[in-house]
Design a protein around this ligand. Sequence first.
Ligand code: AMP
Length: 313
Amino acid sequence: MNQKVSPLLIVGSMAFDDLELPTIAAKNVVGGSATYSAYAASIFSTVRLVAVVGEDFPSGDLEALSRRNVDLAGLERASGQTFRWAGRYDTTLMSRVTLETHLNVFADFRPKLPRSYLDSPYVLLGNIHPALQIEVLDQVQSPKLVIADTMNFWIDGEPDALAAMLKRIDLFVINEEEARQLSGQHNICKAAKDILRRGPKALIVKRGEYGALLFDGDSTFFAPAYPLEEVVDPTGAGDTFAGALAGYLARTGDLSGPGMRRAIMVGSAAASFCVEAVGTAKVGRLGISDISTRLDLFRNLMHVAHDASFASA
Ligand code: AMP
């Protein structure tokens, strides 16, 4: 492994989430795309964070990020309230509806990157207004890899800004429902083809408990999700997946086909921890050994011994 770990710039939301889960309701849970992604990426690389919080955001959570090598020079504390999102999950935890989105301090946020962030080689544009994702990209000098995520809220509400963002990125990561919504295609292979024509060089489609698919034009790869007996809260699983994947790529610098496949398995392993607790309780404490242990379980899950009798058939 290349031991020179490159920093990863992450922009996204930092939030208070109100969650209606099948058995519990949890209010004021610290979340947001940048929060989950930064915790997950910090397992592998140093993180340069770009986000905005209001006066009400707990300092303790910022200190926790800082302790995990997350650089907060690009974090703005604005007057007003932090972004707030409320969602309700169905009993299977496979689908959810957004009940409320309050942009609050995000409404006036104009990201201004500190000089120390401008040379960031790896960039993760977390789920946030696509115009802000572009503003961040405009400031970074010559990134080696740009990964982006989005959400139904922006696919519906900001199609033009989203289309412009897609032209500027290398890898797009979205969930299955969003891939269908964006492309207008139900079949996921056709949806992927359509999305790849819009700009990104590669696409990852996340399918919740059914894993994730990588489409890179030439080939398709499938990574399972780890089968868990108890899923507590799926919020942030997608951001955790993207954060761990991006952090791992920043660490290895290996953007080859096999390197990307390993990164997807790492993302899948990190996401499987995220859903085991409410909010960032689990993802905020993960280390490399946790990921490594779960990757061993994945290998076991997928291993099939070769049947030598096939050779003579
Ligand atoms: P995920 O479950 O990975 O899709 O991410 C959930 C996180 O996304 C939550 O913590 C929310 O605070 C955050 N979120 C929800 N809606 C938006 C939005 N429109 N823009 C940015 N972040 C959002």
